[in-house]
Design a protein. Structure first.
Length: 465
């Protein structure tokens, strides 16, 4: 009976009471084991709770640090884009200098115009005989504030002096794929027109750019582009300009003197191929546009000048395709590109210094096709073919009787074949050899040789596709 009472007390009494109870040694061992298990459980739970609390505190600390770092980064970025009145260095502009020089070995005078295009600028080849400093340029670009970015490009003229090639501001925060540019800039029509001369694959522009755009169309005005939110590249743009660039006329008037529309699409085909295609339209008016009268070979007369007033409409198509094995353009690549332009002019022509005035209309066109192959990381070679159609001018009877040779169809289509190879030891240096057979002037074929260097110093923005 006594043993049963002791067992009941052991089961229901507090552990402290059991510890004080005088029981057998085996019972004491059991109690000590139970107490030890309870103690270990309490310690384990306390350790786990402490670990969880520490992890929670660490997570809260990391979160606060991340928020603080993000806020500091945003403040730093805003401060970097914000101009400071006391320091020009706050703008941190990217400044670059492009040095470009050429040696030309020519058989004919480059001032002789292309046959059938007497209404084009007379000396617009862009090169001379012998040594010359080409279109070297200084470029400055920087963010003005979070809303705008400014770019200025200044051309160092070979004869001395500096001219503003580009000087424009563009938005950086319009959103919805919109970008607004205003100032002086190269038009977005075609493919080559927006590219500066140091990025050309050949020493000179194609013939169609020479006779229709005076090598490159630049204007003072405003441009709006829209980039569609699609996987395929889709870009649409429009421009309003002063009309200062050929074929326009720089005149003192309100409103715009030239308009342009263009659209481009493009895409990748796997990792090795990509392409881009475009269409463009340009319209302007020519007022008192002067050109030298020509003889039957298209050679101008220095003593006889024609004056044209009328409308000019130009439409164009452009395409480029690029291929690079395994998508590695640093090793090898091949690109093929071409453009076609067609221009219609109609208005009134005054023949000679004080000659008769009558109707004049002509449709002229031209195209080129070129291919460039980089066969080694530092070596490229390229081939280009140019061809023009001077059209058949419709001229009023009073002028036609005076001179049947005035910009009529000479039954001659100007053309040219050009080959080049260049060495590029780095992205800042290019040395080029170019050979061409120029048959753009009737009866005056010209075998041409050019040596060119292009050196880039300083920070320079990436080039377009």
């Amino acid at each position: 009976m006594f043993k049963k009472s002791v067992l009941c007390v052991a089961l229901f009494a507090p552990l402290s009471t059991l510890a004080a109870t005088d029981i057998s040694p085996s019972g004491n061992e059991d109690l000590r084991a139970i107490r030890e298990q309870i103690r270990q459980l309490k310690e384990n739970y306390e350790q786990r709770i402490q670990q969880l609390e520490q992890r929670l505190q660490q997570a809260e600390t990391n979160s606060k640090n991340a928020e603080s770092t993000a806020a500091q980064a945003e403040a730093t970025a805003q401060q970097a884009n914000r101009p400071t009145a006391s320091s020009e260095g706050a703008f941190n502009p990217a400044i670059s200098l492009i040095l470009e020089g050429t040696y030309g070995q020519l058989q004919q005078d480059p001032a002789i115009p292309t046959t059938g295009f007497a209404m084009s600028p007379p000396n617009n080849t862009g090169y001379t005989k012998g040594f010359s400093l080409g279109e070297s340029e200084i470029s400055i670009a920087a963010n003005i504030d979070p809303q705008f970015r400014g770019i200025g490009t200044f051309s160092l003229e070979p004869t001395g002096g500096i001219s503003v090639e580009n000087g424009f501001v563009q938005t950086s925060a319009l959103g919805n794929g919109l970008n607004l540019k205003f100032g002086r800039f190269f038009s977005g029509l075609g493919y080559l027109n927006e590219q500066h001369s140091h990025t050309w694959d050949f020493v000179d522009q194609p013939l169609v750019y020479r006779v229709l755009w005076d090598n490159q169309l630049a204007d003072d005005g405003v441009q709006l582009k829209w980039l569609a939110p699609t996987d395929m590249f889709v870009e649409i743009g429009g421009e309003l300009g002063r009309g200062r660039g050929f074929p326009g006329t720089d005149k003192n008037q309100n409103g715009s003197g030239a308009e342009a529309l263009f659209a481009h699409i493009g895409d990748d085909v796997g990792i090795e191929n990509s392409w881009r295609a475009g269409v463009s339209l340009h319209e302007t008016k020519r007022e008192n546009a002067l050109s030298n009268a020509v003889n039957s070979l298209g050679i101008p007369s220095s003593s006889l000048t024609n004056t044209f007033n009328g409308d000019t409409h130009t439409s164009g198509l452009d395409f480029i395709w690029k291929y690079s094995p395994n998508g590695n353009i640093r090793e090898r690549y091949l690109k093929v590109q071409g453009e076609y332009f067609r221009r219609t002019e109609s208005g009134q022509l005054t023949y000679g210094n004080a000659g008769p005035t009558d109707n004049y209309a002509v449709t002229q066109s031209g195209w080129y096709l070129q291919s460039v192959y980089q066969f080694m990381p530092t070596w490229r070679t390229g081939l280009r073919y140019d061809r023009l159609d001077p059209g058949n001018a419709s001229i009023g009877g009073t002028i036609a009787v005076t001179d049947n040779n005035l910009i009529n169809n000479y039954a001659f289509n100007p053309s040219r074949v050009t080959w080049m190879t260049d060495y590029n030891p780095s992205e800042f240096t290019r040395l080029r050899l170019q050979l061409a057979h120029d048959n753009s002037r009737q009866g005056l074929p010209d075998n041409q040789l050019f040596l060119q260097y292009i050196m880039s110093m300083g920070a320079h923005g990436a080039h377009q596709y």
